[in-house]
Design a protein around this ligand. Structure first.
Ligand code: F0G
Length: 482
């Protein structure tokens, strides 16, 4: 993709695939979008997909599958125990990541559950570049806690650092000394650090962290859910790897990890999950839990058809043309927004374009869910469904006070090979309009607040009548346009 130059010199993210199956979309008028947002309690998780135009909530389980993936699904060997499909998937994973054992699970958080039950003891601390919502909730549920040791650059919205997901090695050494290695349940690196803007981790950092963990005898866990984008960034941003094959980068990461797990809803472009390890003892401890919580050891809660699709999807992830499509679209959307003055996380990372709600809505007080408010406003303005990644996605502290997020972001996820460039341009246009009219956007307050992972089911209401003002301004500026 990057080798194609246009006459004008313009950089165009050219698709290296063609679309042979389509799904009809529906764009509701702005008045209806506002009504649907109200009915959904200003929480985009509670919208019905039929009311959404472009679904940028997540890439989880909604990436476009290839012809070869669908073809493989027809050959699934459906059986409870000993399915041929399992052995096929196991071999692909062993060949790709060079690890010995594979344990299947129904999705990424199920892997986290198994790992937390195996390694987390009450009072222990898990060190990591940054937490993910389910990871932290499951560690806390087992009585442990999370300490983040990400490089300071990772928490800056705007930066020129290539690998903002890196662990700060000094912080790691200091934490091991302070906490003591026996009280550290594991050290975890999350590829494509989700909650800080899909920011990648460098191979150099993975090597350094692995070396320290091996020296200290601490288990090193690698969350590979967002590995596809991260592989692209290692190849394109880390000098040493510019001529490397993607599979060689993947294999080196496998060789450096003690436990390697992934959400197969993301990595492999199917639905499921898995844990890999070469450590016989760790494998034996985790294996016991699979039939109890997931399903028998040769399917682990996954549909056998999805396992077939995953085996092909993992192989296809080793193709540069396949994995580059998402990051180049994210870069295109981010650059289009930047050109209109809209604040976004830079450099653009993987997973999605991340809009900086703190600067977009400087006038909204911090305790009124800035990113949640902007996310609802984006839906009203465009029918595009994003995801709040800010204070709403945090858990309250034990004393009931708000745990303010480090960043207030709206994530516009770009599922792999799903959207076209004109849809990206439409999204940028509506968000740029909203930015011009940002003073109209107001805050939100809870009317129903669940105690765990509140962002999934929580319902809110606007403070004031700002959604109506937004609709009125939209009509004024766009006439009868949808
Ligand atoms: N780890 C990371 C880095 C993730 O991004 C996710 C899911 C998980 C673990 C859990 O995997 O959903 O299969 O159980 N992220 C999704 C998202 C939900 O929208 O970013 P899962």
């Amino acid at each position: 993709m990057s080798k194609i130059t246009f006459m004008s010199g313009e950089k165009v993210p050219l698709e290296m695939h063609k679309v042979r199956m389509v799904q009809k979309l529906n764009l509701l008028p702005v008045e209806d979008r506002a009504r649907k947002m109200e009915e959904a309690g200003y929480n985009t998780f509670l919208l019905k997909n039929r009311d959404v135009f472009l679904d940028m909530l997540t890439d989880s389980g909604v990436n476009a599958m290839s012809d070869n993936q669908y073809a493989a699904m027809m050959q699934a060997d459906d059986s409870y125990a000993g399915s041929e499909t399992f052995y096929k998937l196991e071999k692909v994973l062993q060949d790709t990541f060079g690890m010995k054992y594979f344990l299947p699970a129904h999705q990424g958080r199920a892997c986290e559950h198994i790992i937390a039950r195996t390694l987390v003891t009450p009072g222990s601390v898990a060190l990591m570049n940054y937490h993910f919502t389910t990871t932290k909730a499951l560690i806390t549920l087992s009585g442990g806690s999370v300490e983040e040791i990400i490089d300071d650059e990772g928490l800056k919205i705007e930066s020129s650092a290539s690998f903002k997901g890196d662990i700060d090695i000094e912080k790691l050494n200091e934490a091991i000394k302070r906490i003591g290695k026996d009280k550290i349940s594991f050290v975890r690196i999350e590829a494509g650090t989700n909650l800080v803007g899909g920011q990648p981790v460098s191979m150099q950092n993975i090597r350094d962290v692995s070396r320290i963990c091996r020296k200290e005898g601490i288990v090193f866990v690698f969350d590979a859910s967002l590995l596809a984008d991260n592989l692209y960034f290692i190849k394109t941003r880390e000098e040493e790897f510019k001529n490397s094959e993607i599979i060689d980068i993947a294999r080196e990461i496998g060789s450096l990890s003690d436990i390697f797990y992934f959400s197969g809803r993301k990595l492999g472009t199917a639905r499921g999950g898995g844990i890999l390890t070469s450590d016989e003892k760790l494998h034996a401890r985790m294996r016991e839990l699979i039939p109890l919580f997931e399903g028998f050891i040769t399917y682990g809660g996954m549909s056998v058809r999805e396992m077939e699709a995953m085996a092909v999807g993992i192989r296809e992830t080793m193709d540069y043309n396949v994995i580059s499509q998402t990051p180049v679209f994210i870069e295109a959307l981010s650059n289009e927004l930047i050109s209109k003055g809209v604040p976004v996380v830079t450099p653009p990372g993987g997973l999605g374009c991340h809009v900086d709600a703190s600067r977009f809505c400087e006038h909204i007080p911090r305790n009124q869910y800035i990113a949640g408010s902007l996310n609802a406003a984006i839906f009203i303005a465009s029918g595009v469904r994003g995801m709040e990644r800010g204070t709403l996605s945090e858990q309250r502290n034990e004393d009931g006070s708000e745990q303010m997020a480090d960043m207030e972001l709206v994530r516009l996820a770009i599922p792999k090979r799903v959207f076209t460039l004109s849809q990206i341009k439409y999204t940028a246009d509506r968000i740029s309009w909203l930015f011009k009219n940002r003073r109209l956007i107001g805050g939100l307050e809870f009317i129903e607040e669940p105690s765990v992972l509140r962002f999934f089911f929580g319902r809110l209401k606007p403070i004031g009548d700002w959604p109506e003002l937004l609709v009125r301004q939209f009509r004024k500026d766009f006439g009868d346009s949808l």
